[in-house]
Design a protein. Structure first.
Length: 258
């Protein structure tokens, strides 16, 4: 157990050092340069915390792609985002997708994440939205039936199994009756990332959780068989849309639920 903790500490220290160096280089080369949407780029060390990639330009472009895909899926399924009152980005990071919703008229955009550094950046720089921090195992601060639409892109891929069920229940609590919930997860197309034993477990319909002790961080990796998602996580919801590898910015399976 001590060796595991030392491994995590070593990885964290290494990534922190690399992030600080890349952030310094970015500041020297780009200063206060704004992204094409007129908003600041997050610094490289923040980008890495969200997307495991230090490049702010890549971070911006994948967020734009992801937001466009979400709007397209909603439209295909009868959801018009301009008609919503409130939207929640669950696991918002520093607004990778939310920033591309800034021009929606009459729609309030909310975001929440367990990482306070990311939500602090969002509050300071994405002032069109309301961003807050949640605990890993706590509830959300919002009242019941608060949101017309909630999306969680590449979030459930970092929770151990009991937290999968906890957060699915909590998101249903704050979703309005008839509201839409979009979730992406690592599916069958990512099976090549697993060991032979893990792949066999996945193919038997069981969820695969790697490093569950790191839940909430990128080191915890979770792979969802379609049958598990349908029969366990979304058993009491209607699946309006499903596309394997349908999330173009994450190469994850996408589900739209109601």
């Amino acid at each position: 157990m001590r060796s595991i903790h030392l491994l995590h500490a070593g990885r964290y220290a290494y990534r922190k050092l690399i992030g600080q160096w890349k952030t310094l280089l970015w500041r020297i080369g780009h200063g206060n340069e704004l992204a094409p949407d007129g908003l600041p780029y997050p610094h490289p060390h923040l980008c890495y915390k969200v997307a495991a990639n230090y490049d702010p330009v890549h971070y911006f472009s994948t967020g734009k792609t992801g937001a466009a895909a979400i709007l397209n899926i909603l439209q295909k399924s009868g959801g018009e985002i301009e008609e919503f009152e409130r939207i929640l980005d669950f696991g918002c990071g520093c607004g990778r997708i939310a920033r591309h919703l800034q021009n929606l008229k009459g729609v309030e955009v909310f975001g929440t994440d367990i990482n306070s550094a990311l939500t602090a950046w969002s509050r300071d720089n994405l002032t069109f939205g309301r961003f807050s921090t949640n605990g890993l195992e706590s509830g959300l601060e919002y009242p019941d039936s608060s949101f017309d639409f909630i999306y969680a892109v590449a979030v459930f891929g970092h929770f151990r199994e009991d937290l999968q069920k906890h957060w699915m229940s909590e998101l249903q609590r704050v979703l309005k009756p008839g509201g839409f919930l979009l979730i992406t997860v690592k599916g069958k197309n990512r099976i090549g990332e697993l060991t032979e034993k893990e792949a066999a477990k996945f193919m038997s319909g069981r969820i695969v959780v790697i490093e569950p002790e790191c839940s909430g961080a990128n080191y915890c990796l979770v792979y969802h068989p379609d049958s598990y998602f349908r029969n366990t996580l979304a058993a009491d919801m209607e699946i309006l849309y499903y596309e394997p590898s349908g999330s173009p910015d994450t190469a994850q399976d996408v589900y739209l639920l109601r």
